[in-house]
Design a protein around this ligand. Structure first.
Ligand code: AMP
Length: 215
């Protein structure tokens, strides 16, 4: 399985990627997670990426492409992979095409997760991440007053870029720079889509994801 998950910030790409990874045992490649780890470790890449991330802007293509090229050299890629948050621009998609053809690999599908903007804003302002295990939780789905991860007990925190003004900007950036990838992959016959409804839990989207991918 070699897949790309495409969708606005807050569409649930990361959650679907976790579910697919658990069930199908493929590598989960999240450029956002790699960048956040670099930020935490204060690497040069992390420091260069920080100014863009804090504003909800995209990190320059060259930095991201080098980072993904390095990630694709890790052995686990042989068992299949899910790209989550990459590519986000046409030049990134073109670079990925060249990297994969140099490796003799091709993509099986690109899954577009569609969600209404207002739902994204509501979900992201309520999104919390566990500092210890990275699990994503929603304040909408956990008991009132929950401050720790229900899975491992780690501290839940709100990402700096999940504040409402930054979220609105990230949505604009998505529309302008990332959404055109849907038509680009549609032309290649790779695009599949699911539409997230207001009342959906992650398992509901997952059922549709599997159906859309023919799993
Ligand atoms: P994410 O966790 O995927 O929402 O990514 C968080 C932030 O990391 C984004 O708002 C961007 O600033 C940066 N980022 C992640 N992936 C990419 C990418 N493929 N291209 C450019 N910037 C990215």
């Amino acid at each position: 399985m070699r897949l790309i998950l495409l969708g606005a910030p807050g569409s649930g790409k990361g959650t679907q990627a976790d579910l697919l990874k658990t069930k199908y045992g493929v590598a989960h490649i999240s450029t956002g997670d790699i960048l956040r780890k670099n930020l935490e470790a204060k690497t040069e890449l992390g420091l260069r990426a920080k100014t863009f991330m804090d504003k909800g802007e995209l990190v320059p293509d060259a930095l991201i492409i080098d980072m993904v090229e390095e990630r694709l050299r890790v052995d686990d890629v042989a068992k299949g992979f899910l790209m989550d948050g990459f590519p986000r621009t046409i030049p990134q998609a073109e670079a990925l095409d060249s990297m994969l053809s140099a490796m003799g690999l091709n993509l099986d599908a690109v899954l577009l997760i569609k969600v209404a903007d207002e739902l994204v804003v509501r979900r992201l302002t309520n999104r919390r991440t566990c500092r210890a295990c990275g699990k994503i939780s929603s304040l909408l789905d956990v008991p009132n007053g929950t401050t720790n991860c229900l899975e491992c007990g780690g501290e839940l925190y709100q990402r700096d870029d999940d504040k409402e003004s930054v979220i609105r900007h990230r949505l604009e950036v998505y529309r302008e720079q990332t959404e055109p990838l849907a038509a680009w992959y549609e032309d290649k016959g790779l695009l599949r889509a699911v539409e997230v409804q207001e009342h959906y839990m992650p398992e509901d989207t997952f059922r549709e994801t599997e159906a859309a991918l023919g799993l």
